[in-house]
Design a protein around this ligand. Structure first.
Ligand code: NAD
Ligand code: LMR
Length: 336
C-alpha cells in the first residue's frame, strides 16, 4: 500500500569479486536472490591490485544490467573502503584449489589474508555484520577471521557448507528420481573437505504417499554408507577435474541460500547446514568452526539439538573434527 516504507539498502561486501564465484555471485545479489525481491542493495566489491581493471569492468556490467534493486556499487582494492558499513560480508577472495591439491594445500596462501581482513571488518563493518567465508580452507579461514576480529560476535562468523548440503540433496534426488525440493534435512557435519560427513539418517523425501525417511526410500544402506558419502565428499574435486576450474555457479547459488536462510529464516520443519562456531554440541570441541544442522529465525541460527547419533556417524563426526583441529594448528603455524 502507499503506507509501505521502502527498505533501506543493505550493504553487501563480496571479496574476490572478479573471480569465478564473484562474477557469478554479484548479479545474483543484485537481482534479489540473496536478500529477497524487496531488499535494495549496495554492492561493495573488493579485489587485489592486479585485478583492478577487471573489477572496474564488472562494475560497468552491473551498471549496464540496470538492476532495479541495485542502489550503488563500490568497487575497490582498498580493504578499508570495501568493509565500510557493510551489513553482510561474503568472503570469496583467495586462491582456489587446483587439480591434485587438497583444500589444506591452499592454507598458507589464504589464512594470512583472513587475518588481515578480520581487522578491517572489525573496525569498519556495520555493527552486527554477518560474515560468510567461502574461500578455502573455508572453516579454518572463518576461524582465523573470528580469532582476529574478537569484537565481532562469534555467532556472526560462518562458513559455507551449504554447497555440500545441496550436493547431498542433489545426489538423493537423482537416485530416487524425485525433485530436489522434495528432499530435506540432510546434514553436513564438520569440515568443508573430503572428511566432511554427509548424513541422511534424519533426512526425508516427500512422495505421492507422504513423507518418508530417505533410508527407507533408497532401501540400499550399502550405497548410502559408501558411494553416496564419497561422491559428496569428492564432488568439489570432480568438478575441478571436469571443468579444470573449481565450482562457481553452484558455490555462488549456495552462498545466496546460506545468507537468505540466515537472514530471512529457514522454513518450518526444515534445517540447513552451516559452518558455525562450535558450542560443544554433539561432543564437538569448542574452538572450531564446524558444520552443524541449524535452523534460523529472526537473523539468528541455532544448532538443531537432540538428534540421535549412531556409532557409524559418531566416528565420522569425530574424524572431521580431528582434521579441523589439525588445520587450526597448521593455520597458526602458517601465521607465525
Ligand atoms: P578465483 O581465483 O576465480 O577468484 C578469487 C579472487 O580472489 C580473484 O579475483 C583474486 O584476485 C581475489 N583475491 C585474491 N586475494 C585477495 C585478497 N587478499 N583480497 C581480495 N581478493 C583477493 O577463485 P574462485 O573459483 O572464485 O574461488 C574462490 C575461493 O572459493 C577459493 O578459495 C575456492 O577454493 C573457494 N571455494 C569454496 C567453496 C565452498 O563451498 N566453500 C566452493 C567453491 C570454491
Ligand atoms: C568445492 O567444494 O567445489 C570447492 O571447495 C572447491 C574445491 O576446492 O573443492
Amino acid at each position: 500500500s502507499f503506507l509501505d516504507i521502502p527498505k533501506e539498502p543493505c550493504r553487501v561486501l563480496v571479496t574476490g569479486a572478479t573471480g569465478q564465484i564473484g562474477y557469478a555471485l554479484v548479479p545474483m545479489i543484485a537481482r534479489g536472490i540473496m536478500l529477497g525481491p524487496d531488499q535494495p542493495v549496495i554492492l561493495h566489491m573488493l579485489d587485489i591490485e592486479p585485478a583492478a581493471e577487471a573489477l572496474n569492468g564488472v562494475k560497468m556490467e552491473l551498471i549496464d544490467a540496470a538492476f532495479p534493486l541495485l542502489k550503488g556499487v563500490v568497487a575497490t582494492t582498498d580493504v578499508v573502503e570495501a568493509c565500510k558499513d557493510v551489513n553482510i560480508a561474503v568472503m570469496v577472495g583467495g586462491f582456489p584449489r587446483k587439480e591434485g591439491m587438497e583444500r589444506k594445500d591452499v592454507m598458507s596462501k589464504n589464512v594470512s589474508i583472513y587475518k588481515a581482513q578480520a581487522s578491517a571488518l572489525e573496525k569498519h563493518a556495520a555493527p552486527n555484520c554477518k560474515v560468510l567465508v567461502v574461500a578455502n580452507p573455508a572453516n579454518t579461514n572463518a576461524l582465523i577471521l573470528k580469532e582476529f576480529a574478537p569484537s565481532i560476535p562469534a555467532k556472526n562468523i560462518t562458513c559455507l557448507t551449504r554447497l555440500d548440503h545441496n550436493r547431498a540433496m542433489g545426489q538423493i534426488s537423482e537416485r530416487l528420481k524425485v525433485h530436489v525440493s522434495d528432499v530435506k534435512n540432510v546434514i553436513i557435519w564438520g569440515n568443508h573437505s573430503s572428511t566432511q560427513y554427509p548424513d541422511v539418517n534424519h533426512a526425508t523425501v516427500t512422495t505421492s504417499k507422504g513423507e518418508k525417511p530417505v533410508r527407507e526410500a533408497v532401501a540400499d544402506d550399502n550405497w548410502l554408507n559408501t558411494e553416496f558419502i564419497t561422491t559428496v565428499q569428492q564432488r568439489g574435486a570432480a568438478i575441478i577435474k571436469a571443468r579444470k576450474l573449481s565450482s562457481a555457479l553452484s558455490a555462488a547459488s549456495s552462498a545466496c541460500d546460506h545468507i537468505r536462510d540466515w537472514v530471512l529464516g529457514t522454513p518450518k520443519g526444515t534445517w540447513v547446514s552451516m559452518g558455525v562456531y562450535s558450542d560443544g554440541s554433539y561432543g564437538i570441541p569448542e574452538g572450531l568452526i564446524y558444520s552443524f544442522p541449524v535452523t534460523c529465525e529472526k537473523g539468528e541460527w541455532s544448532i538443531v539439538k537432540g538428534l540421535k547419533v549412531d556409532e557409524f556417524s559418531r566416528a565420522k563426526m569425530d574424524a572431521t573434527a580431528e582434521e579441523l583441529a589439525e588445520e587450526k594448528t597448521l593455520a597458526y603455524s602458517c601465521l607465525n
